[in-house]
Design a protein around this ligand. Structure first.
Ligand SMILES: Cc1ncc(COP(=O)(O)O)c(C=O)c1O
Length: 334
């Protein structure tokens, strides 16, 4: 363990909004059904408006914004973005305002994450049918607009995968590392869902700080980068430099699978939906068809093909709010 780097991580300004450490538990019925010892890291078990992996990132982003006296968070994502919803909720919880730029048009009625965005008082701007790069540019435009109005904005990109946000997952790795030491568990791998890469990048930084060699496998369900390994390794290096940590990591060191992407981001797949049903039936734990269902589908597929042996940790990154959107709930109608 690099205790100096750990100290610098712990010293980062942080808005304490979640219940940490998140639960770490063995999934007994699931393990029995799949014939493989599976443990769950439960970032889905958090306050409802703040639930999911993005809370770890926004705790640092909001912490920094508060330390700098900013008054408005500007962030972005898809129409049903978990990240944007957590950003808006985290801002509300500390008395900041928020502006969200979301792709798509306002649906009628609004539901799920989008409903929460409105409930927590976000100023929601609909950007129409645009790509991720457009959304990040739109955030910069709104930041300029707010500066002109003499407000004090602080921005976070798609997925809150800035170098600072990613460090939330370096802290997360260290949290799990401690739980592994307490339980005496030595997993063959940690598997998690990945899109904008901040979760993966942060876990890689945390693993290096802890001097651990556990495998980290990202199930990419977004395909937003043309070269994900290079982009995420680059993000990990930028994040590490914020805490003056000399990260030794090459793109070839990353393990990323795109097997579960199917037709594309936010398009449900049979394997992902089967994973949602399996987790709900065996453990009464909710996944979602866009992120964690596909991610867990990846783990199931690696177990069934013999590529992975237990014990293995599935990092449940949340996303279950999407089940309350009629579009994503459709495949699960009785
Ligand atoms: C539920 C859920 N899981 C996983 C991810 C992927 O995390 P990252 O964007 O850090 O790769 C997201 C991103 O939006 C998410 O909402």
């Amino acid at each position: 363990m690099d205790s100096a780097a750990l100290g610098r991580l712990n010293d980062l300004p942080r808005a304490r909004l979640g219940c940490w450490p998140s639960l770490f538990q063995q999934a007994e019925r699931l393990s029995e059904e799949l014939g493989c010892e599976i443990w769950l890291k439960r970032d889905d078990a958090q306050p409802p408006a703040l639930v999911g992996n993005k809370l770890r990132k926004f705790e640092l982003v909001i912490g920094r914004a508060q330390a700098e006296g900013r008054d408005t968070l500007v962030t972005t994502g898809a129409l049903q973005s978990n990240s944007a919803r957590v950003g808006a909720a985290a801002a509300a919880a500390v008395g900041m305002r928020s502006v969200l730029v979301l792709s798509g048009q306002e649906p009628e009625p609004v539901s799920a994450n989008l409903l929460i965005d409105h409930l927590v008082g976000a100023d929601v701007r609909y950007a129409g049918d645009v790509d991720w790069n457009y959304l990040n540019t739109a955030v910069n435009d709104i930041v300029s607009e707010l500066h002109r109005k003499e407000r004090k904005p602080f921005s976070a990109p798609v997925g809150c995968s800035s170098p600072l946000g990613s460090l939330g997952f370096a802290l997360a790795f260290l949290e799990l590392h401690q739980q592994l030491q307490i339980t005496g568990l030595e997993p063959s791998a940690i598997v998690h869902t990945s899109t904008s890469g901040g979760t993966h990048a942060g876990l890689l930084v945390g693993r290096a700080v802890a001097d651990s060699d556990v495998d980290i496998i990202a199930v990419d369900v977004g395909a937003i980068y043309s070269d994900p390994a290079a982009s995420i390794a680059g993000l990990a290096h930028e994040a590490a430099s914020l805490i003056d940590f000399d990260l030794k990591l090459a793109p070839e060191d990353l393990r990323i699978t795109t097997d579960q992407l199917g037709p594309g981001y936010a398009v449900p797949t049979e394997a992902g939906n089967e994973a949602v049903r399996l987790m709900a039936r065996t453990e009464a734990i909710l996944l979602d068809p866009v992120y964690s269902g596909k991610g867990f589908g990846g783990l199931v597929s690696m177990i069934r093909s013999g590529e992975l042996e237990g014990p293995v940790v599935f990092w449940h990154t949340g996303g279950q709010v999407a089940l309350f959107d009629p579009e994503f709930a459709a495949p699960f109608q009785p």
